[in-house]
Design a protein. Sequence first.
Length: 178
Amino acid sequence: MNISRNEHRARRLLIRDETTADIPAISRLVTEALRMLAQSTGTEASIVEALRAAGALALSLVAEEGGEVIGYLAASEGRVGAEGGWGLIGPLVVLPSRHRQGIGTALMAEALRRLRETSRGAALVGDPAYYGRFGFRAFAGLSVAGCPPEVVQALPFDGGEPRGELIHHPAFGLDQQA
């Protein structure tokens, strides 16, 4: 049986909950991976640390290969207007040298699987071309102040249409309605 390099890598990839020992690697990874994005504020690792300190991480998943943390996904509870129960995804990062190898896809698939058990839907602010393949899309009534409407996206698990401002945890430092 012939196994391609990517198939072999996929077999060794482990998606799991973070451990305390992973925290320094997560902070480095978030900073390094987001440094290359124009919209990065450089505060993303601090946001994850604040969410963790507040007990606000609904999910904190790592992608590990060969004992190394190469990907990370956080989800916290969000609201759409007054409607709670939304899983707010972000950040989702992969080590830059490991892009386009299915690591982000594996993290997102696991996050969505878990969020379907506990949330009314998932929401995020991100690239429509990337997140659209997971079923995320913009909705006319969904917004985040200061963000272009096409990057504010949701995946309602009940097929409904979310309407209102996507409210993040205060750790994100956004000026939002409480």
